[in-house]
Each structure stands twice: as C-alpha cells, then as structure tokens.
Design a protein around this ligand. Structure first.
Ligand code: MF3
Ligand code: CO
Length: 258
C-alpha cells in the first residue's frame, strides 16, 4: 500500500504543477493517466460504478466527485483534485485543494488551510486502543474551533486495502469514543469536506458531481494512513509518512517503513 500511496502522491504532484488559469480539468486527468502508466499502476476511480476518469476535479461549489471536462480553469477558482491508484491489488487514495492562480479572499485561503489541518488533526487522534470516532470528533472540533463552516454529512472517510472503499465509514463529525476499536493493521482514508456555507449537498444530473446547495465553496483533503505493528501511524500517501505534520501535533510516526 506504500507503493500505491507513493504513486498517488506522484500523480497529485504532477497534476498540481499543471494547475493554472486556462487549463482544462481534462488535461489534468491526462497528466494523472500518464503517471499511472509510468508506474504500471491501475486506476481505482476509472469505471468505479461507471465513473469515467482517473481523477475527480471539483471546482468552487463542487465539493467532491466532479468529472474532468473541457471547461477552462479561471483565476481564483478553488480546485479539489482526488486521485487513486492500485499496485499489485493494493489501493491508495488522496486529495488536495488549491486556489487557481491567486486566491480570491483570505476566507477561502483559510477554508483550504482549515480543511487540510483538520485532516491532520483527525489522523493525529488515531491511537491503537482508541475508537474510530476519536478521529471524527477531532476533525469536527478542529474545524469548528477555526470559524463557521459546513461539514458534509453524507460523505466521509473509509477503510482502504484491496478495495478503495472498505469498512468502516469514517464520519467527519460526532462524539468521540464510539465505533470500532482502532487496531494495528487498520488502514483508513481520512477526508474532511468543509464549506464556507451549508453542509447540505445535491448531486448534479451527471450523477456524480456533489455541489453545496447554497453555492458555497468547499475544500477537500485526503490521506490514507496505516496503524503499523509498533502501534504508530504512517501516512502512506505522503512521502515523509506524515512525519512533519504529525510531529507538529505531538504524534510520532512509525519508522517501520523507512
Ligand atoms: N476517492 C474518492 C474517495 O475519496 C472516491 C472517488 S469516487 C470515483 O473516496 F468514482 F471517482 F472513484
Ligand atoms: Co477516499
């Protein structure tokens, strides 16, 4: 899964470099296809319940699951890219959000930062012997400590392994101390989705694109992490295993994969 995670990272970095006003999200999808090919990896997105691309590209009020298309990105758009890969049957899944060109407002810059930081707080809250919703609660508490945001309710994180989506579902809100006990060997994809407005969404007629019903913009970050046999976390989709971000939150990562 580390191999798959590093391919996902490479793909997201390659896509990130291409993001600019005037670029189409179809082009970004092509960039991601090349990275899969180069690494002998398969897409877990393509044909997933009929999904037609290897990335999701969600612009502005599209929060997640936007389908790449011919529309040109514009200065100030908020773009979320979600990407996954399979190596030897094992899956990786990760996402980031970025402003296209110059960000429009401090509010939007902060939305993006709060979303990313909430993901790290969620991962940092995962301890062997703890409970699944310790993660959920950490994500929600962090987001709410930073301002007024909607947090999507119908979408969340998930187990990941030989399939992209495995049990358990990981809520991005709720009380701590509930759900399954966190154990060595578990691998979870953590993916908060806050908006500047409502948490309520609808799905467009393309059957995929999830938009906020009030048109508010949203962000989406995602990493897949494992609880390794030494009882410590390791972020499979980050080149440093999450070392920098998690140590800043007082959490030591596993060195078993280094
Ligand atoms: N990667 C998304 C997730 O984070 C799912 C993408 S749906 C797909 O769970 F259809 F695009 F694959
Ligand atoms: Co996911």
């Amino acid at each position: 899964m580390r191999q798959a995670g590093l391919v996902v990272y490479e793909g997201l970095e390659a896509v990130k470099k291409e993001i600019a006003p005037g670029v189409t999200t179809n082009h970004l999808n092509e960039v991601a296809i090349k990275v899969l090919k180069k690494n002998g990896a398969k897409s877990n997105f393509l044909n997933y319940h009929g999904y037609p691309a290897v990335i999701c590209a969600s612009v502005n009020d599209e929060i997640v699951h936007g389908i790449p298309n011919q529309r040109k990105l514009e200065e100030g758009d908020i773009l979320s890219i979600d990407f996954g890969a399979i190596i030897n049957g094992w899956h990786g899944d990760s996402a980031f959000t970025v402003a296209v060109g110059q960000v429009r407002s401090n509010e939007e810059a902060k939305l993006i930062q709060v979303c990313e930081d909430s993901m790290w707080h969620g991962i940092a809250a995962a301890t062997v012997g703890g409970r699944l919703t310790d993660i959920s609660h950490a994500i929600e508490s962090y987001i709410n400590s930073q301002g007024t945001y909607g947090i999507l309710r119908e979408y969340g994180g998930h187990g990941i392994g030989t399939a992209m989506h495995e049990d358990p579902h990981v809520l991005n809100f709720g009380a701590a101390g509930l759900g399954p006990e966190l154990q060595v060997g578990m691998v979870l994809a953590i993916e908060p989705m806050p908006t500047l407005g409502t948490h309520k969404t609808k799905t467009l007629d393309d059957d995929w694109t999830v938009v906020s019903i009030d048109g508010s913009r949203g962000a989406h970050f995602e990493h897949s992490f494992a609880l390794l046999p030494d009882g410590k976390p390791f972020v499979l989709t980050s080149p440093d295993g999450g070392q920098e971000k998690l140590s800043s939150l007082g959490v030591a990562i596993s060195d078993l994969l280094n």
